[in-house]
Design a protein around this ligand. Structure first.
Ligand SMILES: CCCCC/C=C/C(=O)SCCNC(=O)CCNC(=O)[C@H](O)C(C)(C)COP(=O)(O)OP(=O)(O)OC[C@H]1O[C@@H](n2cnc3c(N)ncnc32)[C@H](O)[C@@H]1OP(=O)(O)O
Ligand SMILES: NC(=O)C1=CN([C@@H]2O[C@H](COP(=O)(O)OP(=O)(O)OC[C@H]3O[C@@H](n4cnc5c(N)ncnc54)[C@H](OP(=O)(O)O)[C@@H]3O)[C@@H](O)[C@H]2O)C=CC1
Length: 294
């Protein structure tokens, strides 16, 4: 979507950049000329992704460089290390994409305290720890940086069976808006994206597991646009929100879900009613109208 070189000179940290959506967004940021540091717990995974993207994009003119640094986002020292290594390698940091997450479906009453903590710590604590570290660095160095948090549609609607994730994503969303208000005076922008279903192994293994295959609808089937999302569509939006082209947008969460949340509307499920059925419905209602007038 953005023109070649649109992110030239920018350095962006992508948490969870070794897999899934983080990897797809990283690929696009590099293509647009940004230098990218990817981090997550599994060193082998981020190293392999860095190697793969370097090879894959070698022929792209103006492509950015990639650095992989292991980090558990629940650990402030490891976050500080990612920041220090990024500044040492690329000279500065301009953007932070909080994309790391943990999640799985479960009835809430079956969760141990530790299970609940694990999700909230990765998603909420990890997001505010990383944002705090990078924000302090920006304020100290007078850099007008940009934070982008990967949220989800149920951060605002809530959802059963993923309660720790909903709690944590909801908290991160309020942080997005609160910090946008507070740090605007430093030129720092803080936004979020709320994706609907975008197939990744990490999400599908834990949210649409095989034993429930016969019970769960195909996630695309309940979406007005009749399909799941494409990684390129999300990467476009992320690149825009991390770029200077979105310079007047802050505190926003942009939903990208093919209209899925709109299906909560009382009558939205009637989209499968046929024309013949609508003819009958119309006749029936008009008859009732006439009866009510007589
Ligand atoms: C499609 C529509 C919208 C979708 C929105 C999507 C949101 C997403 O976030 S998708 C991203 C999914 N990706 C991931 O989750 C990747 C990372 N995940 C993981 O590494 C694990 O799944 C993790 C979150 C459980 C963390 O792993 P780890 O740190 O190794 O933790 P443990 O394995 O030690 O488990 C901690 C704790 O949690 C209990 N637990 C784990 N899985 C389940 C489960 N399915 N049901 C119930 N409890 C579970 C585990 O037993 C541990 O608790 P204790 O037993 O008390 O020790
Ligand atoms: N796929 C979808 O349909 C949707 C996804 N999302 C959001 O998109 C983002 C990416 O999810 P997706 O790509 O699907 O799933 P993935 O499982 O591929 O991505 C999650 C990433 O988080 C990293 N991670 C997990 N725990 C930690 C930790 N403690 N410290 C650092 N990194 C960690 C994982 O790496 P590692 O294991 O190496 O640490 C992994 O790379 C998440 O925020 C998710 O909530 C939102 C809505 C829909």
């Amino acid at each position: 979507m953005l023109r070649d070189g649109a992110l030239q000179g920018k350095t962006i940290i992508v948490t969870g950049g070794g897999t899934g959506l983080g990897k797809s967004i990283t690929r696009y940021l590099l293509t647009l000329g940004a230098n990218v540091t990817i981090c997550s717990r599994r060193q082998a995974v981020i190293d392999e992704t860095a190697q793969e993207l370097t090879t894959e994009l070698a022929a792209v003119e103006g492509v950015g460089r990639i650095l992989a640094v292991p980090c558990d986002v629940r650990n402030p020292q490891e976050i500080e290390n990612v920041l220090a290594q990024t500044v040492e390698t690329f000279g500065r940091v301009d953007g932070l994409l909080n994309n790391s997450a943990g999640n799985f479906i479960s009835p809430t009453e079956r969760l141990s305290y530790k299970a609940f903590d694990t999700i909230v710590d990765i998603v909420l604590r990890g997001t505010y720890y990383f944002t705090l570290a990078v924000g302090k660095y920006w304020i100290e160095n007078k850099i007008s940086g940009t934070v982008l948090n990967i949220s989800t549609t149920y951060a605002t609607t809530g959802s059963g069976y993923v309660v720790p994730s909903a709690v944590a994503k909801g908290g991160a969303l309020i942080m997005t808006k609160s910090l946008a208000a507070e740090w605007g005076k430093y030129g720092i922008r803080v936004n979020a994206i709320a994706p609907g279903p975008f197939p990744t192994k990490g999400a599908w293994d834990r949210l649409f597991p095989e034993p429930l295959a016969s019970l769960m609808d195909d996630p695309g089937s309940r979406i007005p646009l009749n399909r799941v999302g494409d990684h390129g569509e999300l990467a476009n939006l992320a690149a825009y929100l991390l770029s200077d082209f979105s310079g007047y947008i802050t505190g926003e969460s942009i939903t990208i879900d093919g209209g899925e949340v709109l299906m909560a509307g009382e009558f939205s499920h009637l989209r499968d009613v046929t024309d013949e059925q609508w003819d009958e419905v119309s006749k029936s209602i008009k008859q009732a109208n006439r009866a009510s007038k007589s």
